[in-house]
Design a protein. Structure first.
Ligand code: FES
Ligand code: FES
Length: 151
């Protein structure tokens, strides 16, 4: 049965088997490949998107969960890639291989939406669900602090 929802403000309708994970619908049906597959078991954060503003592991979310809801991916975080976090990420030269970074930014964006002035401890705690095998953690924290400061 078709599932209707919104992605990055656009209405979409997909007909896939119940239980199909949102990640694969985004990547393979909607060609939104900024959202990555890492572990597949909610342990790395590479697949992080927002569902009605809440950070969500898309590798775990069955497609029927998003029926009637609003999904935001890295492609829709800002209309021109100029979200304060995206600018801060560039300024701090955060990415190394880049694989984990869309999930990192989406989780950071969810934090700032809920808490616009997090402490360093709050940033580290919130971001602890996102793994970076390249070890860019210190730059990630600096970029979030820069985004908080520069808006
Ligand atoms: S791929 Fe979803 S948490 Fe790792
Ligand atoms: S930048 Fe390579 S895994 Fe994070």
């Amino acid at each position: 049965m078709a599932v209707d929802f919104r992605v990055n403000g656009r209405p979409v309708s997909v007909d896939v088997p119940n239980g199909t994970r949102l990640l694969w619908v985004l990547r393979e049906r909607l060609q939104l490949t900024g959202t990555k597959y890492g572990c597949g078991v909610a342990q790395c954060g590479a697949c992080m998107v927002h569902v009605d503003g809440q950070p969500t592991f898309s590798c775990q979310a069955p497609i029927e969960m998003v029926r009637g809801r609003s999904v935001t991916t890295i492609e829709g975080l800002s209309p021109d890639s100029r979200h304060p976090l995206q600018r801060a990420w560039l300024a701090e030269r955060v990415p190394q291989c880049g694989y984990c970074q869309s999930g990192q930014i989406m989780n950071a964006a969810a934090l700032l939406a809920r808490n616009p002035r997090p402490t360093r401890a709050e940033i580290i705690e919130h971001m602890s669900v996102n793994i970076c095998r390249c070890g860019t953690y210190q730059r990630i924290v600096r970029a979030i602090e820069r985004a908080v400061k520069e808006g």
